[in-house]
Design a protein around this ligand. Structure first.
Ligand SMILES: *[C@@H]1O[C@H](CO)[C@@H](O)[C@H](O)[C@H]1NC(C)=O
Ligand SMILES: *[C@@H]1O[C@H](CO)[C@@H](O)[C@H](O)[C@H]1NC(C)=O
Ligand SMILES: *[C@@H]1O[C@H](CO)[C@@H](O)[C@H](O)[C@H]1NC(C)=O
Ligand SMILES: *[C@@H]1O[C@H](CO)[C@@H](O)[C@H](O)[C@H]1NC(C)=O
Ligand SMILES: *[C@@H]1O[C@H](CO)[C@@H](O)[C@H](O)[C@H]1NC(C)=O
Ligand SMILES: *[C@@H]1O[C@H](CO)[C@@H](O)[C@H](O)[C@H]1NC(C)=O
Length: 934
């Protein structure tokens, strides 16, 4: 089980805390030493003296030798927290955030720290409600489950309540329904509950005009019912994010929210008239897209939005003509009004905002355009005016972006050991970050100046939830690395004392693991110690496993020997399959867990049968591949596949849970991968928009899976059908390679080559393999190269009669420093999101993979290393993206589409593709293969 990332921060009055070297209180020292034993990678100074004498890094004591502060932000520690923490009764600050491997449950004793004024961390114990002095309460980005305890309503002095990015369920407690509740938090300014699984309707009694809320972040949950009218009575509100929930009914009056800057209501089921935003002159970022509002004319309040930076109203039933004034608001950057009924003439006037960066009016009824001479990034595809032959091939009608996206490197710095942390801004007002990056740079430099003068890099990008991530990269000056105390004192932006420029909105911070020292001496020692512990456990497990397996085998043989029937199809397929860890299921069991193979549980179909979802008795979700009678996969392939799959175990390969071979039925039971295939994600079928860093991560994941097959499986395995529909994405967007049905064991050949019938999928087929029929691992590399190109282009390898490899090679222009000539070929999503760091290297790698001559292609292993290097060079940590909250993407983070990862609608789109899985060569080959010749 993965340990949650523990973010812990407790703050109390730091008053009287000094670093005076008094003798440490024995009880506190014992507690610290006990905690230290549970933690690995504590700072080097720990344990060397008594904690207050020569203070251990991260510890502050008072004059009585009592520990008052424990601040271990970003130390790269692991382990768990014990009740010992409760002994540190004078503790006023506890910050354990950004220690990725520190996790486990939050001990109830933490609720005894009655002096604590504020706090971060692990299940929310209701005892926390006793910390009545708490003002700052942040448990965001953990793996907390269960519901929000009503006792939190007793934290009457709390101003900051952050439970975002967890897995919390249940309703929001109020004092009306429960004895205590969040409505009692009259001093609270921040309700950050976004990215959870909270549900139910929000009672009207939760809000009142006596509250002082500034930020209500409820987005990406499962709330239903109406938006409570009382929300419109909190005059202090500046950010209201309710998007991506199931809210319905009319939007209540919000006109009294005259300080509101960010209003996000998109992707709900809201109905009635579009919200009336008259008089809300502070609005900077509005998104009310994808609801079911009544059709309406362009609202008069468009003229009131004098501070607007980003206005997004996609598919809201808007008709009529856009007022010129809208384009003249001086801060306006992005205007997205696609999929409406806007008609008449588009006249943007000649007083357009200087910041205007995108006007998207696709799929409307615009018949003419007056002015757009100086403005290029206009999207008008799908309007009647594009049928006009004069306009039809202009860039606004062809969906091309002609304006160069800003250069993401402008604030980058290079050094051997940068300290990197990510600030995640949850409700920025703007869409074009490069406009406002200099301001952030200036502001942050001031904050961090003492530690890293002039050596601060910023790499920004928007993630799927429109949260702005900015990677801060700081270089040490006149030293090789930062030490523990520098990190603790310079980069602890966790306490919200740092104030970014206002349009950046609320934020949180996440440090990346830092190499405080070379990974030698200490690491080796730890390795040996834990190694031997593991060895003991390992042996026990092996014995246990063997006994268990033997029992199971006996049971299988006696009850129902599936292997006895292997030959029953008239084929000689030899001995029983050699299985490791895969389980045999009876037909009866699988019938039960798929509701007798009901249609509704079918999640995909293909040439040889149907894929069903199922739930095993232990709750595990599985995908069951059931082949139909006489399907092309015979007994031999079936046996091959289960043998193969049961033998390979890797995080980036879809795991086989078991199989069924009974009464003529052949079924494979796989782990269920909830987010569908890479091709669905790439072509927008799942409502997922993959940003560049995520694409790199997917490339890396799948490369690792394939490298494992090539180099570590014994005997090595060539996949033979690498393609984007065979790369599945799990709930953390980790990519897993699936479908080894066509794989062949590379066993007896001397040169590592096999001669076979050509199999594979059109568009991915290695031309050399096709011509020579010599199958090597480099054929997979070719197909993988095509997938890499797909990641860039965002289209299937063969589209509009074009072959992706040829298309890219032809467009290639090395003199174009930013896009290498691929601007027109590239996925528009990438251009929109930007941040294409490492693009030239990635492109070069992809092209090497699709070299015509197999020997010129790199091995899967070197591909893995190269992608890792690209990511590291750009401040991404290849191994940890999915566990870090700043990168973690739950299946709920889709912009549109199903919210519940296991809802039937999401099931039905998440398929194991079997269509087009086998392409037997029979003289047909895409004409484009010729173009591969130099
Ligand atoms: C809340 O804060 C006020 C003012 O700082 C203080 O007087 C009061 O004692 C605090 N309440 C609790 C329960 O700590
Ligand atoms: C709070 O009240 C609601 C509504 O009555 C109920 O569903 C929920 O279970 C209660 N929560 C707790 C923790 O008692
Ligand atoms: C808005 O404010 C006005 C004047 O303060 C008040 O009369 C009205 O009831 C308020 N509307 C809402 C929806 O709270
Ligand atoms: C919107 O609200 C304003 C002020 O509350 C009001 O004058 C106007 O009539 C409303 N517009 C619509 C279309 O309801
Ligand atoms: C635009 O649409 C509105 C109603 O939807 C209609 O009244 C108006 O005449 C249309 N204008 C033009 C120029 O077609
Ligand atoms: C970081 O921590 C130190 C002491 O632990 C404190 O003095 C400093 O203000 C903190 N920095 C920020 C930005 O909060």
């Amino acid at each position: 089980m993965r340990k949650g990332q523990l973010l812990l921060l407790l703050l109390l009055f730091a008053a009287g805390s000094t670093t005076a070297s008094a003798k440490t209180d024995p009880q506190d020292e014992a507690a610290l030493r006990s905690l230290m034993k549970r933690w690995k990678n504590v700072p080097a100074s720990w344990g060397k003296s008594s904690p207050c004498d020569m203070p251990w890094d991260g510890i502050l004591c008072d004059e009585n030798g009592r520990v008052t502060s424990l601040n271990l932000f970003g130390m790269g520690m692991g382990g768990t927290l014990s009740d010992d923490i409760g002994s540190l009764t004078e503790l006023t600050i506890l910050d354990l955030s950004s220690n990725r491997d520190l996790g486990g449950p939050l001990p109830a004793a933490i609720g005894k720290l009655f002096k604590l004024e504020s706090f971060f961390s692990g299940p929310v114990p209701s005892e926390l409600g006793n910390l009545s002095q708490l003002t700052f309460f942040a448990l965001n980005s953990n793996k907390l489950t269960g519901s929000i305890p009503p006792s939190l309503g007793k934290l009457s002095n709390v101003t900051w309540l952050d439970l975002a990015d967890n897995q919390l369920t249940g309703p929001l407690p109020t004092s009306r329904d429960n004895r205590t509740g969040l409505d009692q938090l009259l001093n609270a300014q921040h309700f950050h509950f976004n990215r959870n699984m909270l549900e139910g309707s929000i009672p009207d009694s939760l809000f009142s005009s006596s509250m002082h809320l500034k930020h209500i972040l409820f987005d990406l949950n499962r709330f239903t019912g109406q938006i409570p009218a009382s929300i419109g009575a909190i005059p202090s509100l500046t950010v209201l994010r309710l998007n991506n929930n199931g809210f319905m009914g009319p939007v209540p009056a919000l006109n009294n929210l005259t300080n509101l800057q960010v209003l996000m209501l998109s992707n709900n089921k809201l109905s009635g008239p579009i919200p009336n935003l008259t008089g809300m002159g502070s609005l900077e970022n509005v998104d009310i897209s994808n609801n079911s509002f009544d059709p309406s004319n362009v609202p008069s309040w468009f003229s009131d939005l004098k501070s607007i930076m980003t206005l997004t109203m996609q598919s809201v039933g808007l008709s009529g003509q856009l007022p010129q004034k809208l384009f003249s608001f001086p801060q306006l950057q992005h205007l997205v009004l696609s999929d409406n009924e806007l008609n008449g003439t588009l006249d943007m006037g000649n007083n357009m905002s200087k910041h205007l960066d995108l006007v998207d009016i696709q799929n409307n009824k615009i018949t003419s355009v007056t002015v757009y001479n100086s403005f290029k990034n206009l999207k008008l595809e799908g309007n009647p005016l594009c049928n006009d032959s004069l306009l039809s091939d202009t860039s606004p009608c062809m969906g091309l972006q002609t304006e160069a996206p800003p250069q993401p490197y402008q604030f980058d710095v290079q050094c051997a050991y940068p300290f990197i942390e990510t600030i995640v801004f949850r409700a920025p007002s703007f869409a074009n970050v490069f406009e406002y990056l200099p301001e952030l740079q200036k502001n942050l430099s001031k904050q961090l100046n003492s530690c890293t003068p002039n050596w601060l890099g910023l790499v920004p990008y928007f993630d799927e939830d429109a949260y702005l991530n900015v990677n801060i990269k700081a270089c040490p000056v006149k030293q090789k690395r930062f030490n523990y105390s520098q990190v603790l004192n310079c980069f602890n932006l966790t306490r919200q004392t740092y104030k970014p420029p206002e349009m950046y909105g609320p934020y949180y911070v996440n440090a990346h693991p830092y190499a405080f020292h070379d990974k030698t001496s200490r690491a080796v020692l730890i390795g040996i110690v834990t190694g031997s512990v593991l060895l003991v456990v390992g042996l026990t497990l092996v014995v246990f496993y063997a006994v268990n397996q033997k029992k199971r085998a006996q049971r299988l043989v006696s009850i129902n020997n599936p292997f006895a029937s292997w030959g029953s199809l008239g084929e000689d397929i030899g001995a029983a399959p050699q299985l490791k860890s895969a389980k045999f299921f009876s037909l009866e069991e699988l019938k039960l867990c798929t509701n007798d193979f009901r249609e509704i549980n079918a999640i995909g179909a293909g040439g040889y049968g149907t894929v069903y979802r199922g739930k095993l008795p232990d709750g595990q979700l599985v995908a069951i591949k059931r082949s139909k009678e006489g399907s092309m996969q015979g007994g031999l392939e079936f046996k091959t596949e289960i043998e193969l799959l049961s033998r390979v175990h890797h995080n980036n390969l879809v795991g086989l849970v078991g199989f069924c071979f009974e009464k003529g039925e052949k079924m494979l039971v796989y782990e269920f991968i909830p987010n569908g295939t890479l091709s669905e994600a790439l072509y927008g079928m799942k409502g997922i928009q993959l940003d560049w860093s995520r694409r790199l991560k997917i490339a890396l994941d799948s490369a690792k899976g394939l490298a494992y097959l090539h180099d570590h499986a014994n005997p090595p395995i060539i996949h033979r059908d690498v393609k984007s529909t065979n790369i599945l994405l799990n709930e953390k967007m980790t990519a897993k390679v699936s479908d080894f049905g066509l794989s062949l064991l590379v066993t007896d050949s001397e040169e590592g080559q096999l001669c076979t019938n050509v199999k594979g999928t059109l568009g991915y087929l290695d031309p050399e393999y096709y011509m020579t029929q010599q199958l090597t691992a480099k054929s997979d590399v070719y197909s993988f190269g095509v997938v890499l190109l797909e990641l860039i282009v965002g289209k299937p390898p063969i589209h509009n009669n074009k072959y992706i490899v040829r298309e890219v090679k032809m467009a290639l222009d090395e003199d174009d420093g930013t896009h290498y000539g691929l601007k027109d070929v590239m996925d528009p999503v990438l251009q929109k999101i930007g941040g294409l760091f490492g693009f030239p290297r990635f492109l070069k790698l992809a092209l090497q993979c699709v070299e015509e001559v197999a020997t010129a292609r790199p091995s899967m292993n070197s591909i893995v290393r190269e992608i890792e290097a690209i990511m590291l060079d750009n401040g991404l940590t290849p191994g940890s993206m999915s566990t870090s909250s700043s990168f973690s993407i739950e299946s709920r983070t889709m912009k549109v589409g199903p919210k519940h990862p296991y809802s039937s609608s999401s099931m039905s789109t998440s398929t194991f593709d079997m269509d087009s899985r086998a392409f037997e060569y029979s003289g047909v080959f895409p004409s484009s293969h010729g173009s591969l010749k130099p």
